[in-house]
Design a protein around this ligand. Sequence first.
Ligand SMILES: C[S@@+](CC[C@H](N)C(=O)[O-])C[C@H]1O[C@@H](n2cnc3c(N)ncnc32)[C@H](O)[C@@H]1O
Length: 306
Amino acid sequence: MKDINNHKGLNSIWTDSLARNLQPDSNALVDHLRIVHQEHTGFTEVCASSCRDENGLNSYEWLAELVPNNERLRVLDLACGSGPLLKILFDNNKNLKLKGIDMCPEELELAKARLVDSGASLFESKAQNLSVIDDNSIDIVLCHWALTLMDPIAPVLNEIKRVLTSKGRFAALVDGPMNAAPGYKEVHDLIYSYVQEEIPNYGEIDLGDPRVRGSESLNNLVRKAFPKSNIVIETNVVSMKGPVTQVAEITAGFFYASFILKPEKKKLMLASLTKLLAIFKKSADAEKQGQFSMPISRVLVMLDSK
Ligand SMILES: C[S@@+](CC[C@H](N)C(=O)[O-])C[C@H]1O[C@@H](n2cnc3c(N)ncnc32)[C@H](O)[C@@H]1O
């Protein structure tokens, strides 16, 4: 796994478009995400595994809770990345038939290595085209921290519907809503302010379809794709505590925006973030403790319940 903060700053067609005040297209988005994941393979699981809710669950475990662990279900992890969710599912229930899809080959290599004994099938593909998966062949589709990156989103939801059985379930973990965790908006605004010094409209234009970021607009999108389903959206907060410099580095990794900063600017941003996340701001202690809390939402779509 690569160091999540070992980078040179990032230029892509996507950032170039933003810098020229143009709306980037979906190819530019794919290109940008591939570069981030090529240069920082495995960063997601470092960040997401570090934060836990008040019951001690990280966000993978909170999502995995929705999969019964006593049945022989067919489960697809959409945008599985380096495979941490698939590994948790396999450890919970060896009878699951697991499949994973991601468009980044470097992430899939990590997933393959960790899932070698699991029987999981892994495919390199975009979520907008799941032709490697048959119609009505999956009981549960999961998607952890990736739906907000996808644009166009409608074909993704249509493909999920196509591969699910008539009694299937779709569950996604997304970040937000912004105000559900104390201090989260300040962290977001601080990181974005550094990025906006380079690209002023980063944030106004962001990765993915903006409708996936709001609970209501997400609900509407999902309702349109799955009109006869029951949809439940729950919110939770995951947090981490530890030496503040370490907490700041991991926190920065939660924000794709931070990857575009050049080393000097990234250092300045991390110094400000360290101050913001310190628990006792006035302590002179060299090993100051820090804390970060992140809002997460779990969307569950049950196809058979109407
Ligand atoms: C934040 S990471 C999450 C990875 C994994 N689900 C996890 O939580 O550890 C986002 C992942 O989504 C993948 N991804 C983004 N857009 C995609 C798309 N349209 N089709 C397939 N994979 C996509 C990226 O390659 C990346 O591995």
